[in-house]
Ligand binder design. Structure first.
Ligand code: 13P
Length: 249
């Protein structure tokens, strides 16, 4: 059985150390379902201080890393530096990075390769735009995003990867995918993995959903057989994040 996984992607929030501390307090005081793997991802400047104050059952994740180990790459952080700082996870290929910062699937694959080589676990984000969905290209787009990673890492590395299916049209829009839409694409991703990697990797890999998840819609989504958890943006900054972590409770 795949362990349920809930990640909070704080994006470029919170905007002060005081706010960061308030967020952590809510989580530290809450009655959390500890059968769920819980990961929170603050801006890099807060990774280490957050790790030090958050309860030990909650892991922290960087929102990005670079694929080079060191050198003249101003503004970047390497996978090895994250490992050295005791950070266990990194989010890669988020749609905001692909769109606003022009990351290609090839770069996302290079980053994934560097991350697993450094011992990090990866939350690998994929997803289609509204136009791509409406033209029936969802499976093709998501498979192409994954293809680059399949070429870059070894079969055993997939044990360190959680796939986050985040349809671009659902991110930050309040327009959540229906549970049928999520299930259909998660199953397509699993079928893709069975063919492109192996049936075992398809069976074992967690595929989580992201895009306007909230306390009200998480339960029904969590009942879908191929939805293994969530990557939460906006709602991860609110007390309702606790209800999403506890969706299976
Ligand atoms: P929202 O939950 O705010 O739609 O964001 C989803 C997301 O991008 C998580 O990575």
């Amino acid at each position: 059985p795949r362990q349920f996984f809930v990640g909070g992607n704080f994006k470029l929030n919170p905007t002060s150390r005081a706010q960061k501390q308030a967020l952590v307090k809510v989580l530290n005081d809450a009655d959390l379902d500890l059968n769920t793997e819980i990961v929170i991802s603050p801006p890099s400047i807060y990774l280490i201080p957050l790790k030090e104050i958050v309860r030990k059952e909650i892991k922290v994740a960087a929102q990005n890393c670079y694929y080079k180990d060191s050198g003249a790459f101003t503004g970047e952080i390497s996978a090895g530096q994250l490992t050295d700082a005791g950070i266990p996870y990194v989010i890669l290929g988020h749609s905001e990075r692909r769109t606003l910062f022009h990351e290609t699937s090839k770069e996302v694959a290079q980053k994934t390769k560097a991350a697993v080589a450094a011992g990090l676990s990866v939350i690998l984000c994929v997803g289609e735009t509204l136009q791509e969905r409406e033209s029936g290209a969802t499976t093709k787009v998501v498979s192409e995003q994954l293809d680059a990673v399949v070429k870059a890492i070894k079969e055993e590395d997939w044990g360190k990867v959680v796939i986050a299916y985040e349809p671009v049209w659902a991110i930050g829009t309040g327009k959540v995918a229906t549970s049928a839409q999520a299930q259909e694409t998660h199953l397509a991703i699993r079928e893709y993995l069975a063919k492109a990697v192996s049936p075992k990797v398809a069976e074992d890999t967690r595929i989580i959903y992201g895009g306007s998840v909230n306390a009200g819609n998480c339960k029904e989504l969590s009942l879908q057989p191929d939805v293994d958890g969530f990557l939460v943006g906006g709602a991860s900054l609110k007390p309702e994040f606790v209800d999403i972590i506890n969706a299976k409770k």
